[in-house]
Design a protein around this ligand. Structure first.
Ligand SMILES: [Zn+2]
Length: 493
């Protein structure tokens, strides 16, 4: 175990932009050892409004900017300390945990606690209690970020963008990932283990009281562990139940990206699709055409003739049509590039592994101008089986359904089957569109904004009306250990 050196770092005021008028002071506590992470003295060129001249200084500036953005949006008289570090986290060449954060502790039984016997993350509990319930803890939030991004074996060819202006190009925007992670630390998570359904130390958390399973009409805090375990994988049936978030949905989400099959009649209908970070945005009018299989050589770029990892060998058949390709081996943008080069007017990617909801596709390539969607493996198999007789499709936005919400505009929570520890239930569903801050995968098109995160935080107690102080703490103050929720990037190929 490394020894951690906790140093409170003051905002240096060196940025050109005026500091935001924060309504809560959020302080970054540097938990890195000398020479690494925030203390990495590798020289760096100032970028995107970040004046730091070392890698460590730029990281710290970005952390403080994200803290200030959140600090301007929520209200508390109690300073929030974030114990932060850059360190090696899970990685492969194509996927990575970018960062992980959560509350350092959760508490119940504090002064003015709105719900008895219910966990609140400590930053929120402090706000409600009006005092620091963990005054000796180095942080109320613990945030760890991946220092290996861009090194051999870890998202090779990628890198963090430390600029403050969101002009990150094909780099990974640190500020966006920070805003997401701090959101978890402020309470956007359940402490329940979605694999077992067990509540944290056998008590509910305030987040759970808003998780509703629409197939049973029951909130998570009123369920048994077995019920919660079953609910956690009911894709499409687990929603955030609160009027404030629901009211904000129509002005936040667009219509639902859809693949409408118009021919043959036997399979006609709407298929839900995953969207891409690149390519043309879908429209209500949409792009219509015949669906044809793209074929290419089985070669070093991709072993399947359906993966479109090489230049197509049936360009004449694909030109002017919508190309169907299989996921696998190469980046989504490579496939889209190849079918576009053959003259395709759109691309439908079929997953190559079983899934319960269509895949979101990350990537960045401004040269791609055709719309790109994904369908589940099962939908892809149905489409492919009918190609010989002719399949006509339309890639479009369905204006009658919000993307990522149910029929009554309640936000869907992420409930994949199988469960994804650290991601399930503590994020919006991956189908939400436009992309939202608190979806499980990092999207490259996020603004520096918190969208529906703010009304959700208000639902759990931020800026909510607080009962007048009683003068006496109610019950015992119980602290819980930290619960981190990782931020992933990918899937990429
Ligand atoms: Zn997350």
């Amino acid at each position: 175990m490394r020894s951690l050196r906790a140093v409170s770092l003051l905002w240096l005021g060196a940025l050109a932009a005026a500091p935001l008028a924060a309504t809560v002071r959020i302080t970054i506590v540097n938990a890195n050892e000398a020479g690494v992470g925030f203390n990495d003295a590798t020289p760096a060129t100032p970028v995107g409004g970040n004046p730091g001249t070392t890698v460590g200084q730029q990281r710290l500036n970005a952390f403080q900017r994200a803290a200030d953005l959140w600090g301007a949006l929520i209200d508390s008289d109690v300073e929030i300390r974030i114990k932060a570090s850059f360190e090696p986290l899970d990685c492969t060449a194509t996927t990575a945990t970018l960062g992980a954060a959560g509350p350092a502790t959760s508490v119940q039984g504090f002064t003015n606690a709105p719900l008895a016997g219910t966990w609140y993350v400590v930053a929120l509990a402090n706000k409600i209690a009006g005092r620091d319930l963990a005054p000796t803890a180095p942080g109320h939030i613990v945030a760890r970020f991946n220092s290996n991004v861009g090194t051999t074996g870890c998202l090779e060819g990628n890198s963090w963008y430390y600029g403050l202006d969101n002009q990150h190009g094909d780099q990974i925007d640190l500020i966006s990932v920070l805003l997401h992670e701090f959101g978890h630390g402020l309470g956007f998570l359940t402490l329940t283990d979605p694999e077992t359904g067990e509540e944290f130390l056998h008590d509910p958390d305030v987040f759970e009281t808003h998780i509703l399973d629409t197939s049973t009409g029951t909130h998570w805090n009123a369920m048994t562990a077995a019920d919660r375990k079953a609910s956690a994988i009911r894709t499409g049936a687990v929603v955030w139940d609160s009027p404030s978030v629901t009211a904000a949905v129509p002005n936040t989400l667009s219509g639902r990206p859809t693949l409408t099959v118009t021919e043959p009649a036997a399979i006609a209908g709407d298929l839900p699709v995953g969207t891409a970070d690149f390519g043309a945005a879908l429209t209500v009018a949409g792009v219509s055409g015949d669906l044809v299989a793209a074929t290419d050589a089985a070669d070093a770029a991709g072993p399947a003739t359906t993966d479109a990892c090489s230049a197509l060998d049936d360009a004449a058949a694909v030109a002017g049509k919508v190309a169907l390709v299989d996921r696998g081996t190469c980046f989504f943008t490579v496939k889209a590039h190849n079918v576009q080069a053959a003259g395709a007017i759109g691309m439908v990617l079929a997953n190559n592994v079983p899934d319960t909801s269509a895949l979101g596709m990350t990537g960045d390539d401004d040269s791609i101008t055709i719309p790109v969607v994904s369908v589940t493996q099962a939908s892809g198999a149905t489409l492919r089986a009918n190609l010989a007789g002719g399949v006509a499709v339309r890639l479009r936005v369905d204006p009658d359904h919000r993307s990522g919400a149910d029929a009554t505009n309640r936000m869907l929570l992420f409930a994949p089957n199988p469960v994804q520890t650290g991601s399930s239930t503590s994020h919006w569903d991956s189908s939400a569109y436009p992309h939202l801050l608190m979806q499980p995968n990092n999207s490259s098109d996020l603004p520096h904004a918190v969208d529906l995160t703010l009304p959700l935080l208000q639902d759990i107690g931020w800026e909510a009306a607080i009962p007048p102080p009683t003068g006496e703490p109610r019950g015992r103050v119980v602290e819980a250990t930290r619960n981190e929720t990782p931020r992933a990037v990918g899937p990429r190929p």
